[in-house]
Ligand binder design. Sequence first.
Ligand SMILES: [Zn+2]
Length: 274
Amino acid sequence: MCTIKKIAFFVMLASFIACNNPAPKPVVKKDSVVAVPQAKAGDPMKLDSSKRYIYLTWDDSPQPPGTTVSKNVFHQQGVKATFFVVGSNQVGPYKTRIVDSLRNGYPEFLMANHSFSHAKINGKDNYSLFYKRADSAVVDFLKNEKELQVGVKIIRLPGNNSWVGKGKIQGPKSTLEVCKRLDSLGYKVIGWDIEWNQNKTVPKESVDEMVKKVNEKFESGYTFEQNCLVILSHDRLFAKPQYADSLNKFISILKKDPRNVFETIDHYPLAMRK
Ligand SMILES: [Zn+2]
């Protein structure tokens, strides 16, 4: 065989071997595939009694730019937070996208129910009439749940610090009928232990005052649930850069205490109670 023929022969032989002996495919054993379960809003978790759980709960979302600013601060700080949404605030595609991002933001963010109308009757907040008409108030919460696709049965009442869970109700008498009905439908109502109040459209307390409030409340033991603190504020207060900065500082200081853990409100003891 001449050299050229020899080369041609070996090339043919090599390609024949390659065709009949394909590279072995990686063997994936069935039991070696680890299924990572997706965290689902409302799934319970075990709390550590040596920790202090902080629940940042921001009301009246979506209210851009405050909602997006707050979300960005929480994200950059790596802390979890809950946004209580109001259906009537979701007007137009931009606000719809914000609500979508909250709904899809779990486990970082939890979206919960703050009523559809925010107790507005004829365009104005009218808490006394809203709670007096208990049936229509309940319909308003159910409407919000449906329209915004709120995935958890957790509610904050507009304008009232009421708590409801498994037959236990605490709060102003005016909300009692609504609370009873929500309880019978299996809803949990979450109030708050302390508030970062508003002065017109900006935060009223300084960062230091808020940190003091947090520590004093934990130390007093007068929180609704032991070792758990629900903080209420509103997205809109942190829209301006200087107040976004306050929120950043507040969280940075709290993070320095190794006992502090930030959780979403579905992991609050009352919300997890069966
Ligand atoms: Zn509100």
